[in-house]
Design a protein around this ligand. Structure first.
Ligand SMILES: [Fe+2]
Ligand SMILES: [Fe+2]
Length: 381
């Protein structure tokens, strides 16, 4: 490690007193009814006069694949299917592997006295919350990818990113339509997700957009869509998720393939800043998964519920760990885990996700995603 490297503490990176600062984590969106949200985008727009298509063959291949993989959210899905939100998705089923007892029986659980009525309501609220955060995350991806079109200096990446902008518009459209027509319950953006997306948009360094969005946010989304696809038996949602995932696998690959090239030439200090950014993003996403808005809507004390969520024993964290199943192997492939003194490896060990590092990375996985509903997904094989 270079001696000139600047080291920031976890508290400085996260802008809070401790990693598990309950007051900061339990924050609720301060302005849930606002229609617009503005963020300063500080990056330079870059033109290139090097138009040679295919000078980055792996990005060119991705672009060609994207062009023949487009689908139409309005006509390729059967919107006449009726959906019962209570039956469509329940996180507390065997398939999702969640330790139900921590919430239903534990003496500290805010839900220990709930009956069937409360659990049914929670199930619908929690489902609507998940879909709503998918929706807002998709808009984040739409904005970030448009930014990449502007800021990346390579023509093959500009071409590919342009196809991703269309993909993300379709994803916003499809999740909004599903929430609107089939669920009827929605949530504002979670403050931790918003904080992360704001940081990504605000950063002037173009590769940070890729790291924040393509590797971290979309890596988590790909895993979350996969888990929901596995648990749900609702046919419209199942097909919708399969279609979205086929796109997302390309998006995560775009991040991995682009950053591999960029990171090769970085100094130790520059890599360290990327490690810190990946850690910050990881914590923001861990915090967002505590779904404080749902506990609030259920009438629970939010700080109490968040604390109880953080207290889940490590061995029962399977669900949230699996959400990092794309992020950690991809950070490993990019060399971020062990660069310098292995700082990011230590941080990912602390938040209990390092065991996922040897799963397959997502540089090529997109090739095995298909829209054929009978074919198993790569993560279900
Ligand atoms: Fe998307
Ligand atoms: Fe995406």
């Amino acid at each position: 490690m270079s001696t000139t490297e600047t080291r920031r503490t976890d508290q400085e990176i996260l802008d809070r007193t401790t990693q598990d600062d309950i007051d900061a984590i339990a924050a609720i969106n301060p302005d849930p009814d606002a229609v617009l949200h503005e963020v300063q985008d500080q990056a330079d727009a870059i033109f290139t006069w090097d138009y040679e298509k295919g000078s980055r063959p792996r990005l060119d291949k991705l672009y060609e694949k994207a062009k023949v993989s487009q689908w139409n959210a309005q006509t390729d899905l059967d919107w006449s299917i009726e959906v019962d939100p209570l039956k469509a998705f329940n996180i507390f089923t065997e398939a999702s592997n969640v330790n139900t007892g921590h919430w239903t029986e534990h003496p500290d659980s805010p839900a220990k006295n709930w009956g069937d009525k409360e659990w049914d309501q929670f199930s619908v609220e929690s489902f609507a919350w998940r879909l709503s955060q998918f929706l807002h995350g998709e808009q984040g991806a739409l904005v970030c990818t448009a930014k990449i079109v502007e800021t990346v200096p390579w023509i093959d990446a500009k071409y590919y990113a342009a196809t991703q902008v269309v993909d993300e518009a379709r994803h916003v459209e499809v999740f909004n339509k599903y929430i609107d027509e089939k669920i009827g319950v929605r949530y504002p953006v979670n403050p931790h997700l918003q904080l992360l997306i704001d940081d990504i948009v605000n950063d002037s360094r173009w590769d940070m957009t890729y790291l924040g969005m393509q590797i971290m946010v979309e890596g988590l989304a790909l895993a979350a869509f996969g888990l929901m696809h596995q648990v749900t038996t609702e046919p419209l949602l199942k097909k919708l998720l399969r279609y979205v995932m086929a796109d997302e696998a390309r998006h995560v690959a775009f991040g991995v393939l682009s950053l591999q090239e960029v990171y090769q030439d970085m100094t130790a200090q520059e890599v360290r800043e990327r490690q810190e950014f990946a850690f910050e993003a990881g914590i923001r996403m861990r915090d967002r998964l505590l779904q404080q808005e749902v506990w609030d809507r259920m009438g629970c004390d939010v700080k109490h519920a968040v604390q109880h969520g953080l207290n889940i024993p490590d061995e029962d964290q399977i669900f949230s760990q699996l959400l990092f199943s794309k992020i950690v192997p991809n950070c490993r492939k990019l060399g971020l885990l062990d660069a310098g003194d292995g700082w990011l490896r230590d941080r990912f060990t602390e938040i209990g996700v390092i065991e996922l590092e040897h799963l397959e990375d997502t540089g090529q996985e997109y090739e095995s995603f298909t829209l054929d509903e009978d074919a198993p997904l790569p993560m279900e094989q």
